[in-house]
Write a protein that binds this ligand. Structure first.
Ligand SMILES: [Zn+2]
Length: 113
């Protein structure tokens, strides 16, 4: 079993060749990533919980993040992606902390936009 995850915000390889992927931060741009669930809505819900947010925001954030093009994601610092594994994949939410260093600020800004 070998898993790989690329950062959707800067394109860097976050992890590669590992047995499993744990939440962490992109070594290139510093974006935090959380989730690791089998569906995108579940990954978004897990990520919001990990960042200390309100799970009620999960549907709105899932909807918003899939509307983002690459340029939009780079600007707002939020993106969702899936890793690659031998025969399945898991979803991860990447959030690059904005001015105050708080992932929830970037998430709230995206939901309100
Ligand atoms: Zn990155």
């Amino acid at each position: 079993m070998s898993a790989r995850l690329d950062c959707p915000l800067c394109g860097a390889v976050v992890v590669d060749g590992v047995a499993d992927i744990a939440p962490g931060a992109c070594p290139s741009c510093g974006a935090r990533y959380e989730g690791g669930e089998g569906s995108a809505p579940d990954a978004v819900r897990a990520a919001i919980a990990a960042f200390g947010g309100d799970a009620q925001d999960a549907p709105a954030l899932t909807d918003a993040v899939f509307r983002l093009g690459p340029a939009d994601s780079a600007e707002c610092g939020v993106a969702i992606t899936s890793d690659s594994r031998d025969d399945f994949y898991r979803w991860w939410l990447f959030v690059r902390p904005m001015g105050d260093g708080e992932p929830l600020t970037a998430i709230a800004a995206l939901i309100r936009a």
